[in-house]
Structures are given as C-alpha cells and as structure tokens.
Design a protein around this ligand. Structure first.
Ligand code: PLP
Length: 399
C-alpha cells in the first residue's frame, strides 16, 4: 500500500491511542528491520523489549510453523502439551512452583493482584486487600494495573479507579514500612523501573523489601514484564539481588515476539486459585507456548545469549559513558543493567529519536528526557558502534 494511503487509512480506521512515526515496518531479521520503502533500520527498541532474540529467529519461526500446522488453538478445557512443558521450564528455572498463562503484561499483573487478594481472603482468612506500589512505576493499562501504576499522567479521565493501591517512593524502604497497614496484602515492584527511565534501585533495597514483607506476613510481587527473559543478563532480574518474590509476572520477551504473559507463584499462594476463579480463553495457547519454549531454549542454550547480553550491556554502557564525557552538557547520566540501558539527557529526547530514525536507528525516549535502549540480546559490538556513530553525529550538531 502506498504510504500516503496507509497513513490516511490508519487515521480513519484506527483509534488514536498511539503517536506513530510515519513509517511502516514490513520485514525484520536479527537486529535489523526494513520499512515498506526499503529503508533499513538497526533496531535498539526491539518492539519495546519484546524481540529478545532479534526479529524472526529461525528456531522461533520453525516452532511457530510446526505448531501452526498441527494445532493453533484449543480451549483450556483440555490439557495442552506445550503449555505444560513451558510451565515446567519456567518452574525449573525460577523460584516458582506454578504458572498461570495469559496474553500480556497487564493481564499477568491483573492475575497477580487477584491471586494475592484471594490468597489472603480465602486461604489465610484475612481481609487484606491493599497493595503498596512505587511512585513512577508502570504496571499496565487495565483498570487494576493502572490503579497499581504510580504515575498520574496515565490515569486522567479513567476515574473511578480500583481501590486498594498506595504509592510510595521507590528505593526507600522506610516509605514502604510506613505505608503498611493491617489491610496490606502485598508490595508490588518492578526490579528496575523501565517506563519511568531505567531507574535501578540499590541492591540492598530489594533484599530489605523481601525481609520487610516476611516480617509483616505480606507478599512480594515482582513485575518482571520488562526485566524478565534475560533482559538484564540473568533470566530474571531478581536473581541479581539475591532474593526471590512470592509472585512474579512476565510477558514481553517470553514469546520472542508472540503475545504471551505469565504469572508465577509458589505452591502455597497458587493454591488460592481453584477451577473457575481465574482464566483466559487464549492464555497458554499452543501457538504462543511453542514460540515461548523455542525462545527460552535459545536463551538458555549454553548460557550463550545471556552471556552475550551481559558482555554487550557492559560494552554499550562503556561507549555511552565515553559519550557522556564528550558531551557533558547534553548527557546527564548513563545507567543500565544488561541490555536495559538508559541515557538521561539535559533536554527533551523526542527530537533525538526522530534524528536517529532518519539515520537508520530505532531507539526510544521515555519520561521526556531519557533515551531507553532495549535491543535484542544477540546484539554485537559492531551494532553498538554503529549506533554510537549515529548518536555522535547527532550530538555533534547539537553541541
Ligand atoms: C513493567 C511493566 N509491566 C507491565 C507492562 C504492561 O505490559 P503489556 O503492555 O503487555 O500489557 C509493561 C509494559 O510496558 C511494563 O513495562
């Protein structure tokens, strides 16, 4: 379709929920994508931390093709081999004993909120329902996950929200302690705040939160929708902190590009969900689960991809730190863990995203002035050098 016509049709037929660039992407392979006009882009956005193995990884493609020929969808009234297999892989590689599958990050967090509340009401017999979450957090767009989200800008016009959410300063253990009441059922946090600008807490913070939850007999829910599936150099970010949650949510990278979410919990807590208490028509669908199995197989094969992520994360940060020295009036901070990397600017970042795109690189700007990079974990030094060249050209013109 001609670009002008596509823009017109999109405007006419789609709800205007996204600010889209006037570019349509038709094809992707590894680190690269191509627009309908044939223009090539190096992808440091990765579908917002989704394409962990790059675009169209051959093993994921073959898994999808094979499964599509056999069975695409079947109801959860039946056992689904790939769903059970995927659950076992996740359990074998995490703190958790049981998994519930859904289709997105918001749905995984919804499931976590419901499970924590039901655990206290039905299993423990206490009317605890309140969540403590962090200011500047992001947990999704459904009503409950929006209520959990600690950013007012996403909530405007959607009142009344779901009651039972208190927001406290991130990386401040006293703030959580002060907010705990007899009604508190859980603390819910991102191990690294992604959407609000790659905010990494002190390593002690997460361990202290764990201890605090144990002391008060409340649950700890970690939203690893963005940090999970190897993004930070370990399969799950909580592993960096030497602690584990009671409930964890996943989505984004889990299916290597195919929509799938998961909520994982220990046996004791998971037992609060009985038949009929929660569900999802598409959750754990054979096609999505086959894609996820193939994705995790590649992610965990000989630790190669995770090791690559750790090494490239270090290299990327080093190159960005060098840039910070070169452009101190433009770059305020560089931070990151693995390949979730942020560059805080002293100015608005949107024009830089546009300039990068013109020069053939896709990046993201979040929270107004933070450039966020979430490239596929298979990235190489050459790809990073290419982006640094582009950024340097743009920054040279600014300074
Ligand atoms: C930490 C976190 N939680 C939840 C979500 C919501 O995920 P989804 O858009 O798949 O519903 C996001 C999305 O960016 C996220 O970053």
């Amino acid at each position: 379709m001609e670009m002008k016509k596509l823009l017109e049709d999109s405007d006419n037929y789609l709800m205007h929920t996204y600010n889209r660039f006037p570019v349509a992407i038709r094809k992707g392979r590894g680190m690269k994508v191509w627009g309908t006009d044939g223009k090539e882009y190096l992808d440091f956005l990765g579908g917002v931390a989704v394409n962990c193995l790059g675009h169209c990884h051959p093993k994921v493609v073959v898994a999808i093709q094979k499964q599509a020929q056999r069975l695409i969808h079947i109801s959860n009234y039946f056992h689904i081999e790939s769903q059970t297999k995927l659950a076992k892989i996740l359990v074998d590689n995490s703190f958790a004993d049981k998994v519930f599958f859904c289709n997105s990050g918001a749905e995984a967090n919804e499931a976590a909120i419901k499970l924590a509340r039901r655990y206290f009401k039905e299993s423990v017999g206490q009317n605890k329902f309140e969540f403590i979450t962090a200011l500047n957090s992001f947990h999704g767009r459904t009503l409950a996950t929006l209520s959990a989200t600690g950013q007012e800008k996403f909530k405007k016009g959607f009142d009344p929200l779901v009651p039972g959410f208190r927001h406290v300063e991130f990386n401040n253990i006293e703030a959580i302690e002060k907010a705990i009441t007899k009604n508190t059922c859980a603390v819910m946090l991102e191990p690294i705040q992604g959407e609000s600008g790659v905010i990494i807490p002190d390593p002690d913070y997460m361990r202290e939160v764990r201890k605090l939850c144990d002391r008060h007999g409340i649950l700890l829910v970690l939203d690893e929708v963005q940090t999970g599936m190897g993004r930070t150099g370990k399969l799950f970010a909580y592993e960096h902190y030497g602690m584990a949650p009671d409930i964890m949510t996943l989505a984004k990278g889990l299916g290597g590009g195919v929509p799938i979410g998961a909520m994982l919990a220990t046996d004791k807590i998971a037992a609060a969900f009985e038949p009929g208490t929660h569900g999802s028509t598409f959750g754990g669908n054979p096609l999505a689960c086959s894609a996820a199995i193939a994705t995790i197989d590649v992610l965990l094969e000989g630790d190669f991809v995770l090791d690559q992520c750790r090494r490239m994360g270090k290299y990327f940060k080093k190159r960005l730190e060098e840039m910070k020295k070169e452009f101190p009036s433009i770059i305020a901070d560089v931070r990151g863990m693995g390949l979730l990397v942020g560059m805080e600017l002293t100015r608005d970042g949107a024009p830089l995203v546009k300039a990068c795109m013109e020069k053939g690189a896709l990046i993201n700007c979040t929270a107004g002035n933070i450039l966020r990079f979430m490239p596929p974990l298979i990235i190489t030094e050459k790809d990073i050098d290419h982006l640094i060249d582009i950024l340097e050209q743009i920054f040279d013109q600014l300074s």
